[in-house]
Design a protein around this ligand. Structure first.
Ligand SMILES: [Zn+2]
Ligand SMILES: [Zn+2]
Ligand SMILES: [Zn+2]
Ligand SMILES: [Zn+2]
Ligand SMILES: [Zn+2]
Length: 342
C-alpha cells in the first residue's frame, strides 16, 4: 500500500519529543524560561511539569532542583541542611549545564538563569546573535518585533521612554499628510540609523534618554529632529524605486554611490532654521551623501509642517540655490502621487 504523505503513523506521533517551548495563554509561542510573553506582556511561570526536576521555588513557584541553595530565577535562599547539595553541582536532574557560574563557585548554570543556584551570584549571558537588539530597560536581548521584553516585561521598543517626541512626530506626519509606511521606532544602544535590509526599523540611540538624570534634561526638540531625520532614511528605503526616477536623480543625485560611514559627523537636529552656508543643500550635513540630503530634506519638510511657502521665503533670505527648492518640490510631488494612489 502506498502511504499517503500527509498521514503520520501513530507511533511517530506518540514518541514526538516533548517540546521545549510553550505557548502563552494568549497563544503566543514562548521560548523556555522567558519571564514574560513578548506579545501580551503576561508574566509566565515555568513549573516543574511532571516532577522532572523535583521541586518548585516556594517564593516564585518556578521549577528548581531540591539540591539548589538559591532559586536561580528569583534568588530566594533555599538552603536546607541535608537536602541542598553541600558542593556546587554541574547539572542536577532536570537541568543542563550551559556554562560555569560567573563567580567561579564551581557550579554549573543553565541559560537563561539570572542567578547561580549554588552561590546566588548574578549571571551574565552573552546573547549576541540570539536577539536583534537590547532592551532599553534591562539591557537583555530582545527582537525588533517584540512589544514586551521577555525578561523584564517592560516595553521592548523603549517607546514608553520617549512619549513626548513620538506624539510630536506622529502629529507632524499627520499635518504633513505623510501616511504611515509601517515604520517602527526602537530605542537602542549604539547609534541611530536605519539598516537598508530592514527599512522599516528606525533605531534611535537610547543614550539621550537613559543618560539624562531628570526627565526635564531630555532634549525633546533634538529627539524630534533626530527621529524625523531617521524616518527620512526609512521612507526612502521603503520607496526605493523612486530614487531611480529622473526627477529624483536630478534633485538629489545618485543615492547608490558609495557611502563613507563617518562617526565624527555632527549634525544639529535641534536646528529648525535653514543654514546659510551650503548653497545647494538645506543643511551642512545634507552635503555628505544624497541619502543624507534626502533625510535632511525630509526632516525640514516634516518639522516645518510641510509649509513650503514659509520655508521658501527663508531660502530666499538665505540665498539658497534653485536646487534646494527643487528638492522640496520633487518630494512634495512624490507625496502627492502617493496620496492619489489611495
Ligand atoms: Zn501572551
Ligand atoms: Zn524563586
Ligand atoms: Zn555560583
Ligand atoms: Zn527588559
Ligand atoms: Zn542620516
Amino acid at each position: 500500500m502506498k502511504r499517503c504523505p500527509v498521514m503520520t503513523p501513530r507511533k511517530f506521533r506518540r514518541i514526538a519529543p516533548p517540546s521545549d517551548d510553550h505557548r502563552c495563554a494568549c497563544g503566543y509561542p514562548l521560548k523556555r524560561f522567558w519571564s514574560h510573553c513578548p506579545d501580551c506582556g503576561r508574566a509566565q511561570r515555568w513549573r516543574d511539569i511532571g516532577g522532572q526536576a523535583g521541586g518548585e521555588c516556594p517564593s516564585c513557584r518556578w521549577v528548581i532542583s531540591p539540591k539548589f541553595s538559591f532559586c536561580p530565577w528569583c534568588a530566594e535562599d533555599l538552603y536546607r541542611e541535608g537536602r541542598s547539595s553541600e558542593k556546587p553541582l554541574k547539572a542536577p536532574k532536570g537541568f543542563r549545564m550551559d556554562a560555569p557560574c560567573d563567580a567561579r563557585c564551581g557550579g554549573g548554570v543553565q541559560y537563561p538563569m539570572p542567578w547561580c543556584p549554588w552561590c546566588g551570584e548574578e549571571q551574565r549571558w552573552n546573547e549576541d546573535g540570539l536577539f536583534e537588539g537590547d532592551c532599553p530597560h534591562c539591557a537583555r536581548g530582545v527582537d525588533d518585533w517584540m512589544d514586551h521584553c521577555p525578561w523584564c516585561g517592560e516595553d521592548a521598543t523603549g517607546q514608553d521612554l520617549i512619549p513626548r517626541a513620538l506624539t510630536r512626530v506622529r502629529q507632524l506626519l499627520r499635518i504633513a499628510r505623510i501616511s504611515d509606511w509601517g515604520y517602527r521606532i526602537l530605542l537602542r544602544p549604539g547609534v541611530s540609523g536605519v539598516d537598508p535590509k530592514y527599512p522599516k526599523i528606525v533605531e534611535i540611540e537610547q543614550r539621550y534618554i537613559t543618560g539624562a538624570k531628570r526627565r526635564d534634561e531630555i532634549p525633546w526638540t533634538m529627539l524630534v529632529g533626530l527621529i524625523s531625520h531617521e524616518l527620512g532614511h526609512s521612507f526612502l528605503y521603503h520607496h526605493w524605486y523612486w530614487t531611480r526616477t529622473g526627477a529624483f536623480r536630478r534633485a538629489f543625485g545618485e543615492v547608490a554611490k558609495p557611502y563613507r560611514v563617518v562617526d565624527d559627523a555632527w549634525v544639529d537636529f535641534q536646528r529648525r532654521r535653514v543654514a546659510i552656508a551650503p548653497v545647494n543643500h538645506v543643511s551642512g550635513y545634507a552635503m555628505r551623501h544624497p541619502q543624507e540630503d534626502f533625510a535632511e530634506t525630509f526632516r525640514f519638510y516634516l518639522t516645518r509642517r510641510g509649509r513650503l511657502r514659509e520655508l521658501f521665503s527663508e531660502f530666499g533670505q538665505k540665498r539658497k540655490g534653485v536646487r534646494v527648492y527643487q528638492k522640496f518640490l520633487v518630494f512634495e510631488d512624490f507625496l502627492r502621487s502617493l496620496r492619489s494612489w489611495k
